[in-house]
Ligand binder design. Structure first.
Ligand SMILES: Cc1ncc(COP(=O)(O)O)c(C=O)c1O
Length: 423
C-alpha cells in the first residue's frame, strides 16, 4: 500500500509506518499547531486597524440595572439598539430577512441552539403527544460535531439526538432537523433532507456571510441562527461578561415566547456589555457599506477616517481566497493523494459579481486511506477527525480551520508540502 512521507530539512516521517528521524531543524518544527477549533483569529488584523473607531467605553456606573428596555416586558434585557443593528446588518448585506421577526440575543451557540430545541420540542409536544417519546433531532452527515455532543450532554426529556438525517427519511412522527448552510465541516450549501410535514427545521447560518459564500438570496426561514463569532470574528469575549452574541430570528410568536422564557430562566439574560460591543461592531460594518464614499454614487469631498479600511467582507473573502488558493497549490504540487472539495462560483448579490465559496474549514481527505488524524498528529497538527462529524464519516477525513492566524496557516502549508507519496 502506498504511504505518505513527511520529509522536511531534518525531519523524515513515514506516516503509514514509524517515525524515523525527527530531529527538528528549527523551533517551528516542534510547535504543535491547533487547527481543531474554529478560532477566527484571521479577523484580528482587520479590527486592529479600527481599534479606536470601534472601541466601547463602559464606565463603572453604566449598565447597572437589569432593565434596558422597560417598554418590552418580555425583552427588557435586550437593548433596542442591538436589535436595530442586527436588522440593519442583515438588510445591508441581504443575507437574511430580519424585519418583523423576533430577535433573541443569547450567549453563544450552545445556549441558543439548545434553547431553540427546547422551545420547538415543547411546541411540538403541545400539538402532538408523540406517545410521550422524546423528539428526535437529526442532521445530515457530515454534521457539526457540537450538535450531538451538546444534546447528549443535555439529557433532555423533551428531545434526543438521533444522528444522520439521511437515515431518518423512512421514519414517521415529529422531529427537528438541523440544517447548517454553508455546512461545517465541508462548506456545502444545504437544504433539509427529511422534508416531512411533521418536521421543524433549525437553520444554523453561522457561515452565510459574503466572506465564506456567495449570497444568492436573503435566507427566510422560521428559525435561523447566526453568531458574531463567524460574522466579525468576535468569538472569544464570552469569558466573564458575554461580549459576543448569537441571535435567533423567530417568526412564530408562540415559539419565540417559549425561547424568551428559556433564556430568562437559564441565563438570567444576556450581558449588556456584550450587546453594546456587538452593536458598535455591527453598525461599523453596516456604515461601511451604507455610507462609505466608495459605495456611494455622489462622493463627498473628504473621506472619513472610518472608511479608509476595506469592508469586512472584502477583507474576509480576500484572506480566505488567498489561503484556499495556496492550500490547493500545495495539495496539487506536493500531495496528490490529498483531496479538497471543489466549489463552483455563483453570483453574489452582495458583492455584485461571481464569487467562489471560501469556506471557514478545509475538509481534507487522505485518499490513500490513512487515518487523517494520525497523519496530522505526526505533522504536529491538531485537526478534528472525520469520525467526530458522524458515525459513517471516514477517519480519512480531517477538518482544518482556515480562519486562524497567518503563522499557523503558513506552518500548516509548509508541513503539508513536505508530505509525499511512496510505494
Ligand atoms: C455551524 C456553527 N454554528 C455555531 C458555532 C458556534 O458559534 P458560537 O461561537 O456562537 O458558539 C460554530 C462554531 O464553530 C459553528 O461552526
Amino acid at each position: 500500500m502506498e504511504s505518505l512521507l513527511h520529509d522536511s530539512k531534518k525531519t523524515l516521517v513515514t506516516i503509514n509506518g514509524i517515525m524515523k528521524d525527527h530531529n527538528s531543524s528549527s523551533e517551528n518544527n516542534n510547535v504543535v499547531i491547533n487547527l481543531d477549533h474554529g478560532d477566527p483569529k484571521m479577523f484580528y488584523s482587520y479590527w486592529k486597524k479600527v481599534d479606536n473607531e470601534c472601541s466601547v467605553t463602559i464606565k463603572a456606573s453604566d449598565l447597572i440595572s437589569y432593565f434596558v428596555n422597560p417598554k418590552e416586558a418580555d425583552f427588557f434585557y435586550q437593548m433596542p439598539g442591538f436589535n436595530d443593528a442586527i436588522r440593519r446588518v442583515h438588510r445591508v448585506i441581504g443575507n437574511a430577512v430580519a424585519e418583523d421577526r423576533y430577535i433573541i440575543g443569547g450567549t453563544g451557540s450552545s445556549q441558543l441552539f439548545i434553547t431553540a430545541l427546547r422551545a420547538l420540542a415543547l411546541s411540538i409536544k403541545e400539538t402532538n403527544s408523540n406517545g410521550g417519546k422524546r423528539i428526535p433531532v437529526v442532521c445530515a452527515e457530515p454534521y457539526y460535531s457540537y450538535y450531538g455532543e451538546a444534546i447528549e450532554q443535555e439529557r433532555s426529556k423533551l428531545f434526543e439526538w438521533q444522528g444522520d438525517a439521511n437515515t431518518f427519511q423512512e421514519k414517521s412522527g415529529p422531529y427537528v432537523e438541523v440544517v447548517t448552510s454553508p455546512n461545517n465541516p465541508d462548506g456545502t450549501i444545504r437544504t433539509p433532507v427529511v422534508n416531512r410535514e411533521e418536521g421543524v427545521v433549525i437553520y444554523d447560518l453561522a457561515y452565510y456571510w459574503p466572506h465564506y459564500t456567495p449570497i444568492t438570496s436573503p435566507a427566510d426561514y422560521d428559525v435561523m441562527l447566526f453568531t458574531m463569532s463567524k460574522t466579525s470574528g468576535h468569538a472569544g469575549s464570552r469569558v466573564g461578561v458575554t461580549t459576543y452574541y448569537r441571535w435567533a430570528i423567530i417568526r412564530d410568536q408562540d415559539t419565540a415566547k417559549k425561547m424568551k422564557k428559556q433564556i430568562l430562566l437559564t441565563s438570567i439574560r444576556s450581558s449588556h456589555e456584550g450587546q453594546l460591543r456587538a452593536t458598535k461592531i455591527l453598525n461599523f460594518i453596516a456604515d461601511k457599506y451604507e455610507h462609505d464614499p466608495y459605495y456611494m454614487v455622489e462622493k463627498p469631498s473628504k473621506v472619513p477616517k472610518l472608511f479608509e479600511v476595506e469592508g469586512l467582507f472584502e477583507y474576509g473573502h480576500r484572506v480566505l481566497g488567498q489561503r484556499w488558493e495556496k492550500l490547493r497549490a500545495v495539495v496539487v504540487q506536493h500531495t496528490p493523494r490529498i483531496r479538497l472539495p471543489d466549489f463552483s462560483p455563483s453570483f453574489c448579490n452582495f458583492m455584485g459579481k461571481l464569487t467562489s465559496p471560501t469556506p471557514a474549514f478545509a475538509w481534507v481527505e487522505f485518499e490513500s486511506g490513512e487515518d487523517a488524524e494520525e497523519v496530522m498528529r505526526k505533522l504536529k497538527f491538531q485537526g478534528r477527525n472525520g469520525s467526530r462529524f458522524g458515525i459513517n464519516v471516514s477517519r480519512r477525513y480531517i477538518r482544518a480551520n482556515m480562519m486562524g492566524d497567518d503563522s499557523s496557516f503558513n506552518l500548516f502549508l509548509e508541513r503539508l508540502s513536505s508530505l509525499r507519496i511512496v510505494d
